[in-house]
Design a protein around this ligand. Sequence first.
Ligand code: SOE
Length: 382
Amino acid sequence: MSLDVGVLGYRFMGKAHANAMARLPMFFPDAPEIERSVLVGRDEDSLREAADQLGFDSVSTDWEAVIDNVDAFYNLGPNHVHPEPSIAALESGTPVFCEKPLAPTLEDAERMAEAAADAGESVPAGTAFNYRFVPAIQYAKGVLESGELGEIRHVRGSYLQDWLVDPEAAWSWRNDAEMAGAGALGDLGSHTVDLVRFLVGDDDLAGDIERASGHLQTFVDERPVEGGGDGDDDGNETRPVTVDDAYAAHLEFENGAMGTLEATRYATGHKNDHTIEIHGSKGSLRFSLERLNELEVLREGDRGYETILVTDEDDPYVDHWWPPGHVLGWEHTFVHENYEFLSAVAEGREFSPSFADGLAAQRVLTAIQESDERGEWVTIGQ
Ligand code: SOE
């Protein structure tokens, strides 16, 4: 029996997930059989065009009618569209896969995590933190879990982009507090916080993030509306930027380790530059998304980092693809997460990263934001 999948959203993330679903039968033959059943959005013409391109059987402009009639619901819309459809789907027992950050506000994320808990473990509710599914990141987790880096002391994460350097770059929902919740902090910082939690969050490593100190900055206060707007301002309409363009934060972990995190949309020349560096008492490791097939590890006694090409048959997920050394890319992370999520749906079991993980990341992001507003460290509630 094949699973009917309904997907809300058909732009960047819609394409990334539809591509992943299309790859599954070819490269992951043990994945459950699925049907890209219905594509959901607001504009019927654009939806039909996208459905043809992305391989969906039908379209709908009514998510409420869809959530009951599919075996899994993907919520890939802008952040403010995450809560209501996701909660309604979970309330009718439909598994949900939601893009990150889980919600625009902590309150919304709490409601979503509550709905997931009420639905129970047999109804997976996943947050789409795709970078957990980079083979080199999973390899890094194995190195950390082996304990060979010793006691974790420093965790460094930076996520640099530059698509807003030009003050004339168009305004989008990502610049709006109501729709996005936060700017670089939510969009990019959520990935970094999740990776940090995934890699060192276990009790025998650094443990939970206990408190945060944050600094947020908005460099350009208003931006032009794409196409000039509705004509009232001679085609020069602008809209206010109500979120951060960049953030920096210090974190304290349960074991006393220090976290240093930052993200920006103003790092001239950096397109999608996400790096993680971890220093333990016996060794260190570092990862860069721009070299995602590699992991650098420095073990006790080494005088420099060893660069490990994580493309061997026994490396995570690699045996599904090409012979050793035939590198993978960004889109493969979506195939891996779709494989895991849809398998969890077929088997009626929990998926990780869950809504609870999405909420945990949101608590850290909110603490960073509050710390900036209050000018003091903020303790992270559970
Ligand atoms: C933003 O520029 C963005 O597309 C994020 O929304 C994604 O989550 C990240 O993977 C790449 O950058």
